[in-house]
Design a protein around this ligand. Structure first.
Ligand code: 4NP
Length: 154
């Protein structure tokens, strides 16, 4: 079976989307899936995820080892089956990079897959405290489980 290719996208690719990548890789073990993450901005290209995100994730059993990359419309729209944005700004930016409106069907928001958490987006934890990182992980665990369920249902 050909693996489903998923790209999680946030702004910096050092907090939310690498955490989504780590959570989903752990949940989807054994399921034919390929997962990466990217940022709409290039501030942190090549960096490991933020130490705070790595530490909060580690406590829940997720090791975040990806290196930040910037979303490239010339490569990533074609490469991935599902491109999943963390917040409304990320989604808007992705939509605007799809100049010929060819890939809109691949785009969605992470919270579209939420099952329990009733939130509007995965909020940026970068300028906040520890509770923000825990909140992000709560949202991601719930939504990644929902996403996997959807993928398994076909
Ligand atoms: P992320 O968080 O989009 O979840 O990776 C951020 C990381 C860095 C910055 C903003 C948000 N920054 O402005 O550098």
């Amino acid at each position: 079976m050909k693996p489903t290719k998923i790209l999680f996208v946030c702004l910096g690719n050092i907090c939310r989307s690498p955490a989504a990548e780590g959570v989903m890789k752990s949940l989807a073990k054994g399921f034919p899936i390929e997962i990466q993450s990217a940022g709409t901005a290039g501030y942190h290209i090549g960096e490991l995820p933020d130490i705070r995100m790595r530490s909060h994730s580690h406590k829940r059993g997720y090791e975040l080892v990806s290196r930040a990359q910037q979303f490239d419309p010339l490569i990533h729209f074609e490469m991935f089956d599902h491109i999943i944005a963390m917040d409304g700004n990320n989604l808007r930016d992705l939509k605007s990079m799809d100049q010929h409106k060819k890939y809109q069907h691949k785009l969605s928001l992470m919270i579209d897959y939420s099952q329990i958490m009733n939130v509007k987006e995965v909020p940026d934890p970068y300028y906040g405290g520890p509770a923000g990182f825990e909140h992000v992980l709560d949202i991601l665990e719930d939504a990644c489980a929902g996403l996997l369920k959807k993928l398994k249902a076909g």
